[in-house]
Structures are given as C-alpha cells and as structure tokens.
Design a binder for this molecule. Structure first.
Ligand SMILES: [Mg+2]
Length: 368
C-alpha cells in the first residue's frame, strides 16, 4: 500500500554539456566537453535529485520509458522501483545508456526517500564509515609537464595523500612525465596511473615493472582493456607486489562485476554508482566484494559517490576526478569539500544528499 504523499507523481530529466577547462585525453580517448544528465523524481511536494555523466540520449530514456515504469510507485520502495525499471528495459539491454539512465533515477529515488523521511542519505543507506577517502585524479595526457605537475601538486598541497595521472598515449614519453610528477609531489604521496586499456598484456607487464621500480607507482588501472579478463589476470599475476591492478569503471550490472571478481582480474574492483544501476546496484557490487574479500574503489561523480561509499564495508577510496569536481562545484550547491587527509564527509545535518541543482546557472549548457 502506498503511503499518502509517497507515490511517484513526476519524473523529469535534462542534459547539460559543459566544456572542459583545457583539452583532455587519456591513453585511448580525447574529449573537450562532458555531459551531465540530471534526473528529478517527485512525490507529493518533495523532489529527489540524481545524475549521471552520459549523453543527452539518456533524457528520452528517462522521460519516455523509465517515468512510465515508476509512475505511482511508492517512493519508499527504491529497490523495487529499480527492479521495475530493469524489467521494463529488458529488450533495450540493461547496459550502457539505459544503465546510466536507471542510475540517475535510482539516485534521485534514494534522495527522495531520505528527504521524505527527513533523514540524511547516509542514514538511509546504513553507513559503515563516517567519511570517504579520496584520491586526486586527472593528469591528462594532453597536459604539458607544467600543467600535469601543478594539478597533482595542488591535490597533495590540499592534503590529499594519493594522486592519479593518465598515461599510455605516448608510452615512451611516460617515464619523463612520471619522473616530473614524482619529483614534484615528493616521496610520500602515493602515485597512481591509469592507461584506459592502452596496452597489450605483455606491454603492460613490462611497463608495470618500470612504473613500480623507478617511480614507486602503487596502482595500475586498466593496463589492458577491462573486457580482457584473462589479460588483466595475467598482468596481475606477473607484476610486482605493491602495485595493484584495478578495473571496473565500465561495469553496468551485477553479473558484469561477478565475472570480473571470479576471474581474479583485479586486486581492487572499481564501480561507478552513476553507471551500475545507481546506489542500489553499487551496494550490490559492495556485497560481491565482501564475498570475494576484495576492496571496492568508487569511480568518479564524487558528490554522490562519497555518500554511497560510506555504506561500502570494504571501501578503499573514491576517484576525485577533475572534470566532475569542477562541474559539480559549478552546478550544485551543498558540495562536500575535501578535509585534510583527503576525506569527503557527508553532512548529517541535512536530509537526502544535501545537493541542490543550480538550474539557472546550468541553463546556458542545456542540450536536452
Ligand atoms: Mg579510469
């Protein structure tokens, strides 16, 4: 039975394409803008807010497919609403753009439920941690050495004890870039790298040894394609201890992560709550990490991931990604700022996740 005032009456979405501050590239892709898709779900006079980083094509999926699926649904039954959205999109494929659209709506539903209950989202989620550790992430291959080192040193100076840079686009230039970064951040800040699938397994093994031995790199993300589970496992088994192999940011659903975990592909799994069926899907992945005794690192969308991650028992950290940090600071009020030591601590004095969308400021970026 739906409680009075808690049935879903309206689902809306809009997309905003925000130019990057500088051209950006990684080992396998280049871009100059990022699309934020915002979903809002209303019950009575209360509205919940969710978002994903996707494409404007997610807007009609939300407004013309998912809205029909959850209209009149009880907003307190988030898992049931998300299961219904998955069921109704079966023939579209519960992956890619559909999974991102469902994620945005699921996040809005969690926010709506906690606002209806007038409790913080982290209380609704049964948090096990008071705050989420972060690492600074950017260091694009399109940056010159000055831009690269200034960005990573900036995070270190803000008290964030771990930083990540992109590589693999011009592998022979990477030792020079790594040397510049290690020199600039000093010996005590942990250095991570992300190749975005740029290497073959044999190339990745060769580079992993150099990164670890010459630059004390501790984390090698997507050394080969995330879809090459045998390749990831080979790299993991052939690299020195002390450098973790990580992947999982393109995981859409629980069965994707189960194959990644059961094949022994990673030392630390990554998952993105704005891609993997929202907070509901993200917490399902957290349960799998418990079962496999593997840590989970949250990928990007830091303002929502910082909230969801507090409920992950085997939480490693969260990727505090330059693009998303910038967009979320521009377009949301109520963003969490890093504490010294590199922590994002949800505010328990506000209902929901505490974010408010600055619609008027965003309007100039609107594309759908
Ligand atoms: Mg990555």
């Amino acid at each position: 039975m739906t409680r009075s005032g808690s049935s879903v009456t309206e689902v809306r979405a809009a997309a905003y394409e925000v130019p990057t501050d500088l051209p950006e590239s990684d080992g396998t892709l280049a871009w100059d803008s990022t699309v934020l898709v915002v979903a809002e779900v209303t019950a009575g006079d209360t509205t919940g807010l969710g978002y994903t980083y996707a494409h404007q094509g997610a807007v009609p999926i939300i407004e013309r497919k998912l809205a029909d699926a959850i209209k009149d649904h009880d907003a307190f039954d988030v898992a049931s609403a998300t299961a219904t959205m998955m069921h109704e999109t079966r023939n579209l494929g519960v992956t890619g753009l559909v999974a991102m659209a469902i994620s945005a709506v699921d996040i809005a539903l969690w926010d709506l439920k906690s606002r209806l209950l007038d409790i913080p989202l982290v209380v609704a989620l049964d948090a096990v941690h008071p705050a989420t550790p972060i690492y600074g992430s950017g260091g694009f291959t399109s940056y010159d050495d000055k831009q690269l080192t200034e960005q990573l040193v900036g995070w270190a100076e803000a008290g964030i004890p771990r930083v990540k840079m992109k590589l693999g686009r011009d592998p022979d230039a990477d030792p020079r870039r790594l040397a510049a970064v290690r020199e600039a951040i000093g010996p005590d800040v942990e250095l991570y790298v992300d190749a975005n699938g740029a290497f073959t397994p044999r190339e990745a093994i060769k580079w992993a040894h150099r990164y670890a031995e010459e630059f004390d790199v501790r984390w090698f993300e997507e050394p080969v394609s995330s879809d090459d589970l045998a390749g990831l496992r080979l790299v993991r088994e052939s690299t020195p201890g002390g450098i973790d192999i990580a992947a999982g940011e393109y995981g859409w659903n629980p069965w994707y992560f189960e194959s990644m975990l059961s094949s022994g592909a990673v030392d630390c799994l990554q998952a993105d709550a704005t891609r993997c069926l929202g907070i509901t899907g993200f917490l399902a992945v957290a349960g799998m990490c418990d079962a496999h005794q593997i840590d989970l690192s949250a990928h990007c969308a830091p303002q929502i991931s910082a909230q969801a991650s507090t409920a992950v028992r085997r939480l490693r950290h969260l990727e505090y990604f330059h693009d998303h940090v910038r967009i979320e600071s521009m377009l949301f009020d109520g963003v969490l700022e890093p504490e010294p030591g590199g922590l994002l601590r949800p505010d328990r004095s506000r209902p929901g996740h505490g974010l408010h969308f600055k619609r008027a400021d965003a309007e100039r970026f609107r594309v759908a």
